[in-house]
Write a protein that binds this ligand. Sequence first.
Ligand code: FEO
Length: 387
Amino acid sequence: MKISDRIRHISINDHKTERFEGLWALPYGVSYNSYLVVDEKIALIDTAGAEYKDLFLEAIREEIGSRAIDYVVVNHMEPDHSALLSEIRNLYPDVTILCSQKAAGMIAGYHGITDNIQTVKENESVSLGNCNLTFYMTPMVHWPETMMTWLAEEKTFFTGDAFGAFMACDGQTVDGFDRIELEMTRYYASIVGKYGAQVQMALKKAAGLEIERICSTHGPVWEQEIGKTVALYDQLSRYEPVRKGVCIAYGSMYGNTEKAALDLAAELERLGVEYRLHNLSAEDPSFAYRDAFRYTHIVAGSPTYNNDIYPPVYSFMYGLGARLLKNRKFFAFGSFTWAGASVKLLNAMAEKNGWTLIGEGKSFSQGWSKEKCDLRELAEAIAADCR
Ligand code: FEO
């Protein structure tokens, strides 16, 4: 697809893969984007996953016909963007690979390619004739070799994973922030969430550029809605909540902890507090990660299991700690049959993450009833916080 006279968008829309990285559910699919910059010389920016070889090469031929690709820019080596590097080399044997020093080692490791590689440094430019590609090192957004590519003549920034989203683009390839915000946040929280400090450094570099177009490797090209997109990334990478409200995440074996979670949801509803409920026994944690990043409050519910936290809830809490999520208010609840341990252990994990406990938590034995586990006071405290 033509983005401008010089830039072509090659977007593979994947509705088949069930889990990104083998982990994260894709209810709306995902896109893998690469870009051709067509000038006196032609540069291809990133490639795609191995399973899309035929589609990808055909799309390139449609755009450039019998012309050869002179450069392939490797902004990021994760195989969803680099798997077809060998195929490009086979088809265009004189192509020069432009990449960071760290990426060069990975190219050797993944593809066995060690020649025709030109490593580039911060702020270095390569001319395509009438326009120039300039490179900015952005390590850990999302791997250590990552860089971004600036095309000043088009005011276009090729940002790799940054500003990407789950969700196939299909017909809507430019903007669409309101439609995509939740899937963008889920992508950020799952994939990039640990690297807030590095995203902040990348944003500082981007602030010096007069950007009119962001070309990410997942999701749409951003043009009219760059401001909203950058503001969301800025907020998420500072670990600041995006909205006042509650992420309720729970696991349940026989429905008692679940009854407490649903009762809390009803109390919050009554008080007009925004919340989202996640059953971690039934869904992968990325949806709850999204809302933990998004909201001011996290409430976790877990039965006691093997004198410990119920495994999916432990995994959720551990995952948020691994993503360095800070600056949240927290409450724990959960059922047990003969000895309660989960609430105390959840509180300890929350404190280790640096979150503020709203109270000591609520633990109840065996079947749930409102008398045993009344979360009205908690709901009122949260409502007061959220006013
Ligand atoms: Fe889309 Fe980090 O790869």
